[in-house]
Structures are given as C-alpha cells and as structure tokens.
Design a binder for this molecule. Structure first.
Ligand code: SAM
Length: 280
C-alpha cells in the first residue's frame, strides 16, 4: 500500500496518515461494528478494556453501555483525538501507552474481571495475547479481531494442519471460539489478509495444570521446531533417555498428533528432571 492511499481524515476533519508500523486498519463498516459489539453485549456493571481504539469505531458503542471503559492507544495523535472525542463521557479513560507494557493489575479496583476488546494490530497480536494471559485470572473474556489464519491456529485441534504452538499455549489458558469472519472491505485502508473475530475465555478451572509453564513452553517449542520429526527425535535434545523412557505417550508420533494434556504430561516430567538437576 503506498503512502498516499493511507491518508485518511479523522471525524474532526484532521488529516491522519494511517501508520503501518502500528497496524492501523480502521473499521468503517457500521453493520460489522454493530455485530462485534452485539457479540460482546457489554453491560453497565462490566469493566471493559479496549486495546487500540484508533479513531473510536468500536469505542463509541462500548462507551454507550455505560460501564467503566479503559482504552489503551499507543499512537499519540489518536490518543489526543480520543481524549477530546470522549471528554464528556465520564466512564471513558484514555491511556496513551503500549499495551505490551501496560499493567492490567493496576486497573482492577473492583471485584469484576476485565472484558477485553480489540481490533488488534496484526503485527503484534501474538505477543499481546501472551502478555494479557500472564494475568488470565483478571480476565473474564477477550474478543479480538485477528488475521483469519491466526484465528484458525488458535482454535485448531490435534491432527489439523493449523494445530501448533500458538493453539496449544492459548488453549491451555482459554476456551477459543471463532465467531465470524470480516471482509477486508470493512477497513480503511484494506488489509491484504482476511480477518475474523474470535472470543477467548480463560478457563474457570484449567482442565490440565502444568507444574511449570516455562517447561510446557520449552517442550511445545522444541516439538514444533522440527514438525516433521518424531517427538523422540526432537525431545532427546532437551531430555535425558531416562526421562524420555518415562513419558506415557507414543514418541514415534509427530508433534501435531498430541493433545494438550499429552504435552502437559511430557512437560511435567521435563520440569521434574530440571528440578532434580538443580538440586544435584
Ligand atoms: N479499533 C480501531 C478500529 O477498529 O478502527 C483501530 C484498530 S487498528 C487495527 C489497531 C490500533 O492499535 C491502532 O489504533 C494502533 O495505533 C493501535 N496500536 C498499535 N500498536 C499498539 C500498542 N502496542 N499498544 C496500544 N495500541 C496500539
């Protein structure tokens, strides 16, 4: 996309250059915006957090729900614009900050968990999700616009070609629901990739609990780095033969055929080995 076609006007008439490095693709399609907010169905007693409100396309309807709405926008020009636009809304607070450095815990001043919403900048969507999941216990749910391909990976089950690291790690924390797809024509400028809305809801009680999240991450990363190799071949790089022998899973399988609970079982043995070697 050349620089010229990225020139837009904000609703106060100010020219704005849509910044590619901030993943700025603004929603303009009113029925699509209404469908997203309907799917969220915000209530006055719920605390909302919007990531990357941009010009406020979704923000406007979220603010109308009447409950507290915190918005985190990195772009200084847009944050200034939003400050003015929502100045008369006592329930809306604009934070000109990077969501990757934003402290969720600092927002929680009441009993209710956060409902998070965002048409996310696609270039940083994975780190944003992992940053938020560090505080999964503070979150009721997250409704995100993401690249369709990422939504497919988030929800993929074993045996599916989209199944991998991202899906396993996010499914460890959350239930994943692919809500609907959004056409590129709903945005200005139009993104080159397809988009979809997904809902992530942290499990009230996790189905499986890993002894160490770091160990789980290492095992899953190691397994999928060499997707075509059997698990035995990949895992022997990080584990002893003794530990490999204790694994209650068929290690001649490829990584895409194992379930989340298989990975947790492997990572628990790996964590145990690491723990022992620390004490030796
Ligand atoms: N919500 C608006 C909409 O739907 O029209 C804008 C969505 S646009 C895809 C992504 C927004 O995230 C932009 O406004 C961008 O400036 C903002 N953004 C990019 N990186 C960010 C970051 N690290 N922290 C907070 N906001 C960010």
């Amino acid at each position: 996309m050349n620089a010229k076609t990225r020139k837009i006007r904000l609703s106060n008439g100010m020219p704005h250059q849509a910044r590619k490095r901030f993943g700025q693709n603004f929603l303009h399609d009113k029925p699509v915006i209404a469908r997203i907010v309907d799917a969220i169905d915000p209530q006055p007693d719920q605390h909302l957090l919007e990531i990357g409100p941009g010009q406020g396309a979704i923000t406007d309807l979220l603010a109308q729900a009447g409950g507290p709405l915190d918005c985190v926008e990195l772009d200084r020009d847009l944050a200034d614009f939003l400050e003015k636009r929502f100045a008369r809304h006592g329930n809306v607070a604009i934070h000109q900050q990077d969501i990757l450095k934003f402290d969720l815990a600092a927002l929680i001043n009441r009993n209710s968990k956060l409902r998070i919403i965002g048409n996310l900048p696609y270039n940083i969507s994975t780190p944003v999700m992992f940053h938020l999941l560090q505080n999964a216990e503070l979150i009721e749910d997250m409704t995100f616009m993401l690249q369709l391909e990422v939504v497919q990976r988030l929800g993929a089950k074993p045996g599916n070609k989209n199944y991998g690291r991202l899906g396993i790690m996010v499914q460890y924390f959350c239930e994943v629901e692919h809500l609907f797809n959004v056409p590129s024509a709903a945005f200005t400028p139009k993104p080159k990739v397809s988009s979809a809305i997904v809902r992530l809801r942290p499990h009230a009680r996790r189905e499986v609990e890993a002894r160490s999240l770091e160990a789980l991450q290492t095992v899953v990363r190691t397994a999928f780095n060499l997707r075509r190799k059997t698990l035995k071949n990949s895992l022997k790089a990080i584990m002893s033969g003794d530990t490999l022998a204790q694994i209650p899973v068929n290690l001649s399988e490829r990584p895409e055929n194992l379930s989340l609970s298989d990975y947790v079982a492997i990572s628990d043995l790996f964590a145990q080995e690491l723990n022992q070697s620390h004490h030796d």
